[in-house]
Design a protein around this ligand. Sequence first.
Ligand SMILES: NC(=O)c1ccc[n+]([C@@H]2O[C@H](COP(=O)([O-])OP(=O)(O)OC[C@H]3O[C@@H](n4cnc5c(N)ncnc54)[C@H](OP(=O)(O)O)[C@@H]3O)[C@@H](O)[C@H]2O)c1
Length: 290
Amino acid sequence: MSVQLPTSKLGRTTVEVTRLGFGAMELRDSSIKWPIEDTDAEILLNRVLDQGITFIDTADCYGRSEDFIGRFISGRRSEFTLATKCGCIPGGRDWTADNLKRGVERSLTRLQTDYVDVVQLHGATPDDLNQEESLEALIRMRDEGKVRWIGASTSTPHIETYTEWGSFDVFQIPYSAFSQENETQITDASKAGMGTIIRGGVAKGHPGEGKGTPDRWALWEKAGLGDLCQEGETPTTFMLRYTLSHPEIDTVIVGTQNLDHIRANVHAASQGPLNNDIYIEAKKRLELLT
Ligand SMILES: NC(=O)c1ccc[n+]([C@@H]2O[C@H](COP(=O)([O-])OP(=O)(O)OC[C@H]3O[C@@H](n4cnc5c(N)ncnc54)[C@H](OP(=O)(O)O)[C@@H]3O)[C@@H](O)[C@H]2O)c1
């Protein structure tokens, strides 16, 4: 039995997504540092859906991630909104129309679906793009029904430029308590009607419980944020709720290979934003340090 997760309409799209999403990069393949067996990937992806998460993010260059989604949960396609990314080639990026089209076709085959809800340019800067060719390729695929909405995985200062272009429906943006440089841009993009998908929202998990490093988490100790945790709250779930406290974030895609971490994240997200006094205090302590 899944708990009720808060949801948000993904910007100007018509889909409602859970504010906790799942980042499927962690299911890359057996050549990376943290390999995953097929059976574990099957259990994990089904658990994500069983726990009520309705948004999954992947990419054509995440090793076996798209294959796993296709093999293990394409039969449950109506239960989730699916976002992928395009533009990768081995060792780099290629934003030509041919490569974007080839990438999306390959994704659809692996994902065993006729359409993805969102396709995102995987890190293109405005200067990288032959604007007409790349965007026209995406729009053509949208017209053909292969993708429903188009987006960009990006950060400031490109968010502002892309918002002005007005062509994208969603942005994927890095943001967390430790990395707040896109905070106002998230608000501005959301107010302009863009869906906001956040990555990095738990800073890879607290060292020891997740895969974050002491370096990445240095601000946690310096700001004494552990004092602000409620009973039963871990540093990682506190971080998740901090991220979810930004009101203009539609969904935070957290990756994990760990079933207990899915449960903990779902529980934390179901509690909603941090208590306002705690959020303000955490913000104040972090601001003093940055
Ligand atoms: N350029 C791009 O577009 C781009 C780049 C990076 C990522 N992404 C997307 O964003 C997603 C998230 O990636 P991210 O890099 O931002 O990582 P993240 O979400 O900040 O952290 C993911 C890590 O946090 C750990 N974790 C999750 N829940 C936890 C919990 N409750 N307690 C302890 N540890 C926990 C996981 O380790 P365990 O497995 O040990 O739980 C996992 O390795 C990716 O899957 C991908 O979809 C996109």
